[in-house]
Unconditional design. Sequence first.
Length: 191
Amino acid sequence: MTTKSRKQAARQYPTPALEKGLDILELFASEPGGLSKSDVARRLGRTVSEIFRMLLCLEERGYISQSRDGERYRLTLRLFKLAQEHPPTKRMITEALPIMQQVAHEINQSCHLGMLAGGQVVIVGQVDSQVSSGFYVRTGAVIDLMRAATGHVILAHQASQDCSPRAIWEPIWPESGPEDTKSERAMKWMV
């Protein structure tokens, strides 16, 4: 469903309580240090009493927790757990991890698995290198598709029609001849 059709559906079938709860979760996702009730209310343009009931529900369901002093709330790992339970993702990660571990061991570099999500790449799996120094991307990271090698490699392995509208992608592709394989295109991005 596109953003436009989502907005049209929201106008036709409003669900203010659900929207408020999702707004709160999305806000907490961008604030790892947590937020107070008044911070949440102010940032979302709501009253503290509206937010209080939502925070209470989210806390009871295990999506957020209070800090020790009771002043701030933070996301728990509940959303992460739900995402990991999604069967297609779980199956893919289960299949990919042994291969990723072998690659990381052979090249002494970390290895990660990313999936397309709109114009971004979401890292769904990651294996550390056996050596202490190196570069890694954490699981759950969201990376701009066109600003990361991971996105470039994914695009190099897409059929042309999967990159539509094609005009957007053509100026960005490195020089490739028709004889280039997908692996060769991917390697051009890595250089």
